[in-house]
Design a protein around this ligand. Structure first.
Ligand SMILES: Cc1ncc(COP(=O)(O)O)c(C=O)c1O
Length: 388
């Protein structure tokens, strides 16, 4: 039996996914397949590194040292063929706070920030909560797959956009942007002098026959106008440790980010975040290979189930991420009906597509990073809710 088959009860562990369904969905008796974390244990050697640190017993202020930086650098070189320098690294308790910091560092209230909907909800919130303005170049959706409308993209840049928030791999569509696509977007940002934030939090979770390309690795010109955000949180299921890194070769940008951190009074990460991040990047590769196989099988099982039992639904084939984007538009249900069928009939908590902005209507997002038994339970509930 695969170690990923083990069902671990997360209820009562202050888990957002398992313990907040009543607050978020108004219901307790639902299977949660929403928030993007996994129901699996992280790599054993990460647990051991955390245990060793716990046993030390003193949790005074801890800095992010060269050992951690080296583990990140080695990981990026080995997994993504990207060579970075230690001086390019800055840290943040998460990618979401990192993006907010970058928005504050590089734009002023009223500035325009470009996103590509449907996209990860905080991209919208962070821009608006910081008093900046959203410009949206919606992705094209045809024949079950997503692509970039470059004309709309450039027209959006021409409205005076200062910052572009790229999601690569893209949540929720599961696209892993190809070299040509990244180059074209980067070229256009260069032409219109727009800085790029490349959120690459899902970069390690890419399926066979696709490969992740860090946008900043394409060319020096693009690299110097890019801040790449990475974290071990999605890859190794360590979101609660709250550790992430921002990477930019541009010293002016780093200085501006450092200045916002200073204003926030932020100067280091949680001790366990530092230990977990270092151990995961140093020792987690074998585990990652195993989980990718398991997740790939979960995708296959889901695709086969939908084809057999839910012909009204269309699964957008994921190239990466454990978040499946399911097109329910053929059912002709309103988003309210979709929600109530899932929650009341299916007893299933999925993310509604409307959360991801224009283009998300009639879709749902399902997190399949769970043991197969849980997945099958979720799929049966989906059938009860949306089957004919
Ligand atoms: C694209 C993207 N960015 C950022 C995050 C969250 O980042 P963090 O927990 O490090 O703030 C997520 C989580 O789902 C995500 O999908």
């Amino acid at each position: 039996m695969s170690k990923f088959e083990e069902i671990i009860d997360r209820k009562g562990s202050s888990s957002v996914k398992w313990d907040l369904t009543k607050t978020v969905f108004g219901k307790e008796d639902v299977l949660p397949m929403w928030v993007a974390d996994m129901d699996f244990l992280p790599p054993q050697n990460v647990l051991e590194a955390l245990e060793t640190r716990l046993k030390h017993g003193i949790f005074g202020y801890t800095f992010v040292g060269d050992k951690t930086a080296t583990s990140i650098k080695d990981w990026l070189q080995k997994r993504h063929g990207w060579q970075i320098e230690t001086s390019w690294l800055q840290y943040s308790p998460g990618v979401v706070p990192a993006i907010s910091t970058i928005i504050q560092a590089l734009t002023i209230p009223g500035d325009k920030v470009l996103v590509q909907s449907p996209v990860y909800t905080p991209f919208f919130n962070l821009v608006e909560d910081n008093g900046r303005e959203i410009v949206n170049a919606q992705l094209d959706y045809h024949d079950g797959s997503y692509s970039i409308d470059y004309q709309a993209f450039e027209e959006s840049l021409q409205t005076g956009v200062k910052l572009f928030l790229l999601c690569n791999p893209h949540n929720p569509s599961g696209r892993v942007w190809k070299k040509e696509e990244l180059t074209k977007m980067a070229e256009l940002c260069h032409k219109h002098d727009v800085v790029i934030v490349s959120d690459e939090i899902h970069s390690d979770l890419v399926y066979k026959s696709h490969s992740h390309i860090p946008l900043a690795s394409l060319h020096e010109t693009y690299r110097d106008r890019t801040i790449t955000c990475i974290a071990p949180s999605k890859t190794f299921n360590l979101a609660g440790l709250q550790a992430s890194a921002m990477i930019t070769s541009n010293p002016d940008i780093r200085e501006k980010i450092a200045s916002v951190h200073k204003k926030q009074g932020f100067f280091t990460l949680n001790t366990f975040g530092i230990i977990g991040m270092e151990a995961a990047y140093r020792h987690g590769e074998q585990w990652l290979e195993e989980i990718l196989e398991y997740l790939q099988e979960n995708v296959k099982v889901t695709a086969a189930f939908i084809e057999e039992h839910l012909p009204g639904l269309k699964l957008v084939n994921p190239e990466g991420t454990y978040l499946l984007w399911i097109d329910c538009t053929n059912l002709n249900l309103s988003d309210e009906e979709l929600k109530s069928r899932l929650l009341d009939q299916g007893k299933l908590a999925l993310e509604p597509g409307t959360k991801y902005g224009p283009g998300g209507e009639g879709f749902v997002r399902m997190n399949i990073a769970c043991p197969r038994e849980t997945l099958m339970d979720g799929l049966e509930r989906l059938k009860v809710a949306l089957g004919s």
